[in-house]
Ligand binder design. Structure first.
Ligand SMILES: O=C[C@H](O)COP(=O)(O)O
Length: 334
């Protein structure tokens, strides 16, 4: 029988303005021996993931604190073909004040913000303008998102244009074919070029894990992207048939741990796509805390890529305060 543990409340629910205080991952030369040694034990990984939600539930008093913390870790995202400046401005307003003021007060929380606002390049200028003097970074999905199959020079130009428009973080998509053909040198070179084009903007490397074929490929691609200087590794675009999962998360977190042990550089993690329930967010947070420690549960090292998670977290916090759930249509965005 599984025993439920009460995870301690996060040390602080007030890391509101995401400040990157860590030195960036500078990368390292491609180490093909290390890449080849990366293995995964799928059945052990699946067993561990199956038991985690029961073993690491967060109960009552701590739950609200963890959910408030989760809000600060969200890259609040809109990546739709029908995005408009108006929608992006509303999203930014939600990012500035993600929780209804009465709930914020009742919970005794300081002002919260989301970790970032994540949009297509075309919407970067609008988001930057809407977030002026908030300290909330704008993340742009560039490099021919989501497939990453546009000509290489246009992918580089897109990064440069997003940075020039004010994006502080660039979510790049890797070429899946380099992984599927085992061309690690090509993946490394591509990611190095993206990082160079980003300049001071931080690089989140989207692996599109649902298209990589195996957990071993996920582990190897994670290592190669970190060797190439990725500041974050991210699971998915949200557009693949399978997006963030716990097994993929475990593999990527262990790659991050190996890389930190060996190089001393902490790389961030961003699960993205299909994370829409507060209870699932708590499981991800428990896993990252278990695998990497509490330092990683901060906005400079952990983000959820999510378009609708905030909606459910706000509903759960409303229930915590009032004992009632409001209809989800009362939370039209986030
Ligand atoms: O990077 C973020 C994802 O595209 C968001 O996916 P979602 O809409 O399933 O939450």
């Amino acid at each position: 029988m599984q025993t439920q543990t009460h995870a301690p409340a996060p040390t602080s629910t007030a890391p509101q303005l995401p400040q990157v205080t860590l030195p960036r991952n500078p990368g390292m030369p491609l180490d093909l021996d290390w890449v080849a040694r990366a293995q995964t034990n799928t059945s052990a990984i699946e067993r561990r993931c199956a038991t985690l939600p029961g073993r690491r539930s967060v109960k009552k008093a701590y739950q609200a604190a963890w959910l408030a913390k989760a809000i600060t870790l969200i890259d609040l995202t809109t990546l739709s073909g029908d995005d408009t400046p108006g929608r992006v401005r509303r999203l930014c307003a939600k990012g500035r004040q993600p929780l209804r003021a009465d709930l914020n007060t009742a919970l005794g929380l300081p002002p919260l913000t989301t970790g970032a606002i994540c949009v297509y390049h075309e919407m970067v200028a609008t988001a930057v303008d809407a977030l002026q003097s908030t300290g909330i970074p704008v993340a742009a999905v560039s490099t021919g998102f989501p497939a990453g199959l546009s000509p290489f020079h246009t992918r580089i130009a897109e990064i440069e244009a997003s940075v020039a428009a004010g994006a502080a973080e660039i979510d790049i998509v890797i070429s899946r074919r380099h992984v599927l053909t085992g061309d690690w040198q090509a993946l490394y070179d591509e990611t190095c070029a993206y990082r160079a084009a980003c300049g001071d903007a931080h690089v989140k490397a989207i692996l599109a894990t649902g298209e990589l074929g195996s957990l071993r490929n996920v582990a190897r691609a994670s290592l190669v992207c970190m060797m190439a200087g990725a500041d974050f590794i991210k699971t998915s675009t949200g557009k693949e048939p399978v997006n963030a999962t716990l097994p993929v998360t475990l593999v990527m977190l262990r790659a991050i741990r190996d890389y930190a042990d060996r190089t001393g550089h902490k790389v961030g993690y961003k699960p993205a796509g299909g994370i829409s329930k507060a209870k699932d967010a708590l499981v991800y947070m428990a896993m990252i805390r278990d695998e990497l420690g509490p330092r990683w549960v901060q906005p400079d090292l952990f983000r959820f890529g999510a378009s609708s998670l905030l909606n459910d977290i706000e509903r759960q916090l409303e229930h915590h305060v009032t004992g009632r759930y409001s209809a989800s249509h009362r939370h039209p965005m986030g």
